[in-house]
Design a protein around this ligand. Structure first.
Ligand SMILES: [Fe+2]
Length: 240
């Protein structure tokens, strides 16, 4: 089992601050049944200016520590890029997931849809494959983003057992990205309701429609990682 999205490398972004915490996250993943982990620190210009060479060094360092600690986990270098206005510059030296052509990207809050599409197109033109992280929890991909929208969704949930109209509508733009050639990675905590009811329902809908190509913990901290895996993996395994 592969964790396709994890902030396990120490002191690079908002993930673990120390090597010991990285090792604790690795123990939790190995115990849960993972054997490979994509190390995907944020690359967000001005906030987390992570460079591909830093990722390579950190992966080599942590892999050595895993071996010494006898933790059976293979690390795959990667990055999580933001599809913002600075993204085109970063495409000059992209850090794909391992030896693949997959580039893990996320749609930051409030990014215009046109910019997301332009950046996806740039990735494809470069001969790479965009793997969009956690589409279920990126509000800029969907129409409804108001408090009233939240309340309306809850009322609809109370009235219908099946998928409601707003949730179905939310699929439209994601479907456009899929048609362009984008792949999608679901977040395990989304299945466990960590980000709220609306995202949990959207995740179920995407799963039923076969949208997800792969899944990731998006783990940042040992404590939350343990709880998220315990809450999400049994149900997801059953479904798959
Ligand atoms: Fe992430």
């Amino acid at each position: 089992m592969i964790d396709w999205h994890c902030h396990i490398l120490p002191a690079l972004d908002d993930g673990p601050e120390t090597l010991n915490e990285s090792l604790e996250m690795a123990r939790i993943l190995a115990f849960a049944g993972f054997r490979q982990v994509c190390c995907t620190p944020h690359c967000l210009l001005g906030r987390y200016d992570t460079r591909p060479s830093q990722v390579s060094q950190a992966v080599a360092m942590l892999q050595g520590a895993l071996q010494r600690a006898d933790i059976p986990l293979t690390l795959i270098p990667g990055m999580e890029y933001a599809l913002d206005e600075y993204f085109p510059v970063l495409l000059d030296d992209p850090r794909c997931l391992g030896d693949s052509r997959l580039l893990l990207v996320e749609a930051p809050r409030k990014t215009p849809k046109t910019l997301i599409q332009e950046n996806i197109r740039r990735i494809l033109q470069r001969g790479l494959i965009p793997l969009l992280a956690h589409p279920e929890r990126s509000p800029c991909l969907y129409h409804r983003s108001s408090l009233w929208g939240d309340l309306a969704g809850l009322f609809q949930k109370a009235r219908h057992d099946g998928e409601d109209e707003a949730t179905a509508k939310s699929f439209a733009f994601v479907q456009e990205l899929k048609n362009m050639g984008c792949l999608f990675q679901g977040n395990l905590p989304s299945f466990a309701g960590r980000y709220g009811l609306r995202i949990e329902r959207r995740t179920q809908l995407f799963l039923e429609r076969g949208l997800y190509r792969c899944f990731g913990s998006d783990g940042h901290r040992a404590e939350t990682l343990k709880a998220d895996l315990a809450a999400s993996l049994p149900g997801l395994r059953k479904h798959l």
